[in-house]
Design a protein around this ligand. Structure first.
Ligand code: KIV
Length: 273
């Protein structure tokens, strides 16, 4: 019997995720930025919904996640939280909303928690952010870490290539994961790193790892919902599995509607008053 099923009415908490790892039960996480998607995900039984700053790419059409503002993240997280009864809702802290210093991070994480009602925040980065995470967790805000490919650092990396393929960088990611656990993170996203490194980190930590392109041995998996629904046609990294072809279906529906209007086939009598 699954950890969740033992307490069917219970909202997923960070403690439930921890218990899932100990029980060997995988954690399923996807992104949402709007009410309906969040409602469908919650009804389907997703464990964690991430209001990711990937909304900068898939909703706003930006090249990177950097332009997303704290106000925009608060707006989308509020909408998502309104739709959710069971899943744990995590809001991404936006670029420059937590990097300046501990005081700013606490103020901004506090705003996100108070104004959206979300359950936790997520921050990208390793050693340089560890003390900030420790202080934010200490005041009662659960933090999910994020290591490996961290899209907010794209201008430092220069590309979206796999991280940790060289020993030096792999060792650094490993050390950072231990540090984030020590700082109080309740889980860590591992993005685009070799499966071997994902396994090593997942085995070493007591807290769950959530992989995206980090292999099958992570304690959970996350994808950007728009990618797994096949809505984004020109982005298909190896780690994305498409579970639907919604781009094709949507375009087809739009073409059919336009045709019906032009050919005076819509509305029919039964669709009129
Ligand atoms: O912003 C996001 O959607 C993310 C996931 C890819 C983990 O950080």
């Amino acid at each position: 019997m699954s950890v969740q099923k033992l307490e069917p009415e219970k909202h997923i908490t960070t403690k439930v995720l921890y218990a899932m790892k100990q029980a060997g039960e995988k954690i399923a996480m996807l992104t949402a930025y709007d009410f309906l998607t969040a409602k469908f995900l919650d009804a389907a039984g997703i464990d964690v919904i991430l209001v990711g700053d990937s909304l900068g790419n898939v909703i706003q059409g930006n090249e990177t996640t950097l332009p997303v503002t704290l106000e925009e993240m608060i707006y989308h997280t509020k909408i998502v939280k309104r739709a959710v009864s069971n899943a744990l809702v995590v809001s991404d802290m936006t670029f420059m909303s937590y990097q300046v210093g501990v005081k700013e991070a606490i103020t901004n994480c506090g705003r996100v928690m108070k104004e959206t009602g979300c359950d936790a925040v997520k921050m990208e980065g390793g050693d340089y952010i560890a003390e900030t995470i420790r202080r934010v967790v200490e005041i009662g805000i659960p933090v999910m870490g994020h290591l490996g490919l961290t899209p907010q650092s794209i201008n430092k990396f220069g590309s979206y290539k796999t991280r940790g393929t060289e020993k030096e960088e792999a060792d650094k990611i490993y050390r950072d994961s231990l540090l984030l656990e020590k700082s109080g993170c309740f889980a860590i996203v591992l993005e685009k790193i070799p499966a071997k490194l994902g396994t090593k980190i997942s085995k070493s930590l007591n807290i769950p790892t959530i992989g995206i392109g980090a292999g099958a041995n992570c304690d959970g998996q996350v994808l950007v919902t728009h990618d797994m629904l096949g809505l984004i046609e020109d982005f298909k990294p190896r780690f994305v599995r498409r579970y639907a072809s919604q781009a094709n279906d949507t375009k087809d529906a739009f073409r059919k509607y336009i045709r019906d209007v032009k050919e005076k086939k819509f509305p029919a009598v039964k669709e009129s008053y």
